[in-house]
Design a binder for this molecule. Structure first.
Ligand code: AMP
Length: 618
């Protein structure tokens, strides 16, 4: 049923609440909607200004917060009060970013290296979630001003490699800004949607999305089939972009123009002006052959040919990343049927030509590369508002998810590369008689032992009613929702006792860490297999010792002296084999003990049945 409401500001009737699409970028952010009349996506902008809002936040001494263009003006004058690139900190600990700490000119707290980072401005502390929420709040206010209607619901985009912690952080930032985040969508998926790719259910396609922004480069390989997007691989460089192009132009001019390194070091205003001129030159050279200007009588000139020469190594680097992404996806460049260009720096002709020649086909560059992600997010928002029901956007899990079982083994419930949303359940039981608590520890990773994987969360299932070991049936379920957030629940099926937890990891993994974990799982595969086999043997041996002991306590009187002696010595041998950590010996001793106990166990069982039959009249 469609809801109809009256817009108090305009007095007009409105059908359903608007859902906006937001591209929360590292350098710039913007907001888009589907135009109610044309049904086409448009980026929102105030009269005469750009749709791009710089992702920069300035805190003045009085505690006021400025976001966007005005905040950017303070980058040079108050670097310690002006926060940029907050997106790079989302879901990260200080340890995650310490190698790039010099990049940030503001203060990042480094005393607790394991927990989530905080930024200090004056005597106040802000988390990346707080910082992103300031940007989102500004976007929300702008949109409300332009649309003259409240904006409460949004779809927000994130890089395809964002893990669950980073996605959750983005969601939290939205909530803090007063937005109900209906979906967190991958940026390359949104960009493809903006080109109409994936809107036809019959479509089967392999897509490459090349995204070169101001400070980051991402390449994503997607497969679309039946309206479902699957990320096959991602690659890139989180510190490569148009800013590097500006820097090499500055270097090109330094000395040659009469402006020296020393002059730049002594005069930050001059350095900033030169950098802005470099960016202007770069943009100009996207459509012209020669740029000429001057600062204080110093001539600044650069030709397109010179510019291409000095940025060539950066462009090659991005192409090498495209090669790696294809390799990871198990594809060749000719397999890719559509190449989508995203990010302002893809306007550089050399970039476009290089990408096109690498994939051997023309690239899609007709949609404004600064707006394409937000426009796609608006299309996704439209799908969610019920206008395009059949579509489901799917991602995959980068690493396996599982729980710890006896002996510290990793029991995988959702394997790596599983599609999201996804669910899985498995039954477990207790190890000790009368065990009332069961600890469920959730891990992420590919190694066989949990100690080599990454712990995400843990909780206790308590109040399990007293039962002999092995009798309770505890079902552990994993559910990953469409945003990649994992919920783990445990339920004892006989009693119905239940407990669940939403997994919000303390901090995220970078794509490099994910890669490292995968690599380690391959190099250690052999060791892991033998350790797993030994652990399983030991656990089985322990269990057999426990059940035999329990059996003897109950039934010792029905066993002969010889049987008791034989059993005791077989148990001792098994115990010894377990302490010696010899898998084959453990199995051998398990078999011996079973061989000894089987005949008397059967005999006692038969007696019990016969006893039970005696009292019954047939
Ligand atoms: P984004 O992060 O996607 O907003 O991209 C911003 C980057 O694109 C900045 O480095 C801009 O200087 C660059 N850019 C914007 N327009 C152009 C253009 N016409 N030619 C070259 N680079 C551009």
């Amino acid at each position: 049923m469609a809801k109809i409401s009256i817009n108090i500001a305009t007095g007009s009737l409105q059908q359903e609440e608007i859902i906006v699409g937001i591209d929360l970028g590292t350098t710039n952010s913007l907001i888009a909607i589907i135009h109610p009349d044309t049904k086409q996506p448009i980026a929102l902008k105030e009269h005469g200004s750009s749709s791009l809002v710089p992702s920069v936040i300035y805190f003045d001494e009085a505690g006021n917060v400025l976001v966007g263009e005005e905040a950017r003006g303070h980058l040079i004058s108050s670097p310690e009060r002006t926060i940029f690139s907050a997106k790079r900190l989302m879901g990260k600990s200080y340890n995650d970013i310490k190698n790039n700490a010099a990049f940030f000119s503001y203060k990042i707290i480094d005393d607790n290296t394991e927990s989530l980072v905080k930024v200090q401005v004056g005597n106040k502390f802000y988390s990346p979630v707080d910082l992103s929420s300031f940007i989102l709040k500004e976007l929300k206010i702008r949109a409300e001003h332009i649309l003259k209607t409240p904006v409460n619901k949004a779809v927000i985009t994130v890089p395809a490699y964002f893990n669950d912690a980073q996605r959750q952080a983005t969601r939290d930032a939205g909530k803090l800004a007063g937005l109900d985040v209906l979906r967190v969508v991958n940026e390359p998926t949104a960009a493809s949607l903006a080109y109409g790719v994936g809107l036809n259910k019959e479509e089967h396609k392999l897509i490459a999305v090349y995204d070169l922004g101001g400070g980051t480069f991402d390449i994503s390989i997607l497969r679309i089939a039946g309206g479902i997007f699957e990320v096959l691989s991602t690659n890139g460089d989180t510190y490569l972009g148009g800013d590097d192009f500006d820097n090499v132009i500055v270097q090109h001019w330094t000395g040659k123009s009469g402006i020296t390194k020393e002059m730049l070091a002594a005069d930050s205003g001059l350095a900033q002006t030169l950098r802005l001129k470099a960016e202007e030159a770069k943009k100009y050279l996207s459509a012209n052959d020669v740029f000429e200007d001057e600062i204080n009588g110093h001539l600044l000139s650069i030709t397109k040919i010179e510019f291409e020469e000095i940025i060539r190594s950066f462009v090659y680097k991005t192409i090498a990343c495209c090669g790696s992404a294809l390799k990871d996806a198990g594809l060749k460049n000719i397999d890719i049927e559509t190449v989508v260009m995203v990010g302002g720096s893809t306007r550089v002709p050399l970039v476009k030509e290089s990408v096109s020649s690498f994939f051997g086909r023309p690239v899609n560059d007709t949609v404004n590369p600064d707006e394409v992600v937000a426009l796609g997010a608006a299309i996704q928002a439209d799908i969610l508002s019920g206008n395009n029901k059949e579509f489901l956007l799917l991602d995959i899990t980068p690493l396996s998810l599982g729980i710890e079982t006896a002996g510290g083994l990793m029991d995988v419930l959702i394997p790596r590369n599983a599609k999201i949303p996804s669910k899985a359940a498995r039954q477990y039981t207790t190890q000790v008689d009368g065990q009332a608590d069961m600890r469920i520890s959730v891990f992420q990773g590919e190694r066989d032992l949990v100690k080599d994987n990454r712990k995400l969360a843990a909780f206790n299932l308590t109040n399990i009613p007293g039962m002999p070991a092995g009798l309770p049936k505890v079902e552990v379920s994993f559910l990953i929702n469409a945003d990649g957030i994992l919920t783990v629940s445990a339920k004892e099926l006989r009693s119905g006792v239940e407990q669940s937890i939403e997994v919000k990891p303390q901090y995220g993994l970078t794509d490099i860490e994910v890669e490292k974990m995968l690599l380690e799982s391959i190099t250690h595969a052999k060791d892991d297999i033998s350790i797993r086999a030994l652990t399983e043997a030991k656990t089985e041996g322990d269990q057999l010792l426990k059940t035999t002991e329990r059996f003897l306590q109950k039934n010792a009187s029905m066993l002969t002296q010889e049987e008791l002696l034989q059993t005791a010595s077989a148990m001792q041998a098994l115990q010894l084999a377990i302490t010696m950590e010899d898998k084959d010996l453990v199995y051998n001793k398990i078999e011996t003990l079973n061989d000894i106990s089987r005949p008397y166990a059967e005999r006692i069982m038969d007696n019990a049945i016969a006893g039970a039959m005696k009292g019954k009249v047939i």
